[in-house]
Design a protein. Structure first.
Lengths: 155, 160
């Protein structure tokens, strides 16, 4: 594997980075929904207009997956990522409509060394998927696990 | 789908079972989560996971697929019986998602959903709020994923 550029030590609480933009097309919204969330509001404009979404919108799970891909391209793939134990909270605030250019804003909230695994540390993030007017479509709070450059050293 | 009044805390629905193949894991990960342990067997062996494993988003998205299929079957069954169905959603999000164990290539996951809380909505008098625990369990009986979500569910129109 390539030597990672970013280790746990390189993440600073308070740091804000924006990733993207990325255009989300109708075709990919419908393709994701057909495979993973086949409900009318994600598949068909006419049916979607009769739902609470009021028109075609992406599956919330699709928004999460797009966010994951954008942060992979943004920093995760060049980091010493060890995955994530979970996601504290996801809020689907607004529908993601076809043709929207999304960006992801990532804010480092906190970091701590692992007590049980000296080779690892945790970085707590808030991610926001933004539309063209900087309004959040989805927010996601998660804790990433990363290798430490110097295992067990004082944080 | 069921009306709010017909939903009880403790109700459990077995949604279905899915086996994650290696190609399936890699195809999903190449689209959405191309970390080395999700797209390359050899790299995965050298990683802390020890073998190719599914993106956690893949494990979660398959749960959603089973829920969508379950809802469609419920609606069709009610229509066949000539009964009305309740409006569900929209889901506002979820919380406490835990990827408890890796899902390795070849693992078979049983998906389920359990009702853990019900309450009448103050903001929408015609709806109730139903909170559920979503689960996925592997062939060894180990839970691999869980999360909590709350959705609006329509009340019976004749409820006072």
């Amino acid at each position: 594997m390539r030597e990672p550029k970013l280790y746990w030590e390189d993440f600073e609480p308070g740091a804000v980075t924006v990733y993207g933009p990325r255009l989300v097309t109708r075709e990919e919204i419908v393709a994701f929904a057909a495979e993973f969330d086949p409900q009318p509001m994600h598949l068909d404009e006419a049916a979607a207009s009769q739902t609470l979404l009021g028109g075609l919108g992406a599956s919330g799970w699709h928004v999460c997956c797009l966010l994951m891909r954008m942060i992979c391209d943004g920093f995760v793939l060049e980091s010493a990522s060890m995955g994530a134990p979970g996601v504290e909270e996801v809020c689907w605030l607004k529908p993601l409509r076809p043709g929207t250019q999304i960006r992801v804003r990532g804010t480092v909230l906190d970091k701590r060394a692992s007590n049980s695994r000296p080779e690892m540390g945790f970085v707590k993030y808030r991610f926001e998927v933004l539309d063209e007017t900087d309004e959040p479509i989805t927010t996601l709070a998660t804790t990433l696990m990363l290798s430490r450059r110097v295992p067990g050293a004082a944080a | 789908m069921k009306f709010f009044e017909d939903i009880r805390v403790g109700d459990f629905t077995a949604l279905g079972r899915y086996t994650f193949g290696a190609d399936d894991i890699k195809t999903f990960a190449q689209r959405f989560d191309p970390q080395r342990f999700h797209v390359d067997e050899e790299e995965a062996v050298r990683s802390h996971f020890g073998a190719l494993c599914a993106s956690g988003w893949h494990t979660a998205a398959m749960w959603m697929r089973f829920v969508a299929e379950h809802r469609r079957r419920e609606v069709e069954a009610a229509q066949t019986r000539g009964e009305p169905t309740a409006a569900h959603g929209p889901a506002l999000g979820f919380r406490d998602l835990k990827w408890l164990k890796p899902v390795y290539a070849g693992d078979t996951i049983d998906y389920g959903v359990e009702v853990i809380e019900t309450r009448v909505s103050n903001s929408r008098p015609g709806s109730g709020l139903v909170t559920t625990l979503a689960t996925g369990t592997n062939q060894n009986g180990d839970r691999v994923i869980s999360f909590v979500s709350t959705v609006f569910v329509q009340r019976r129109p004749d409820t006072p």
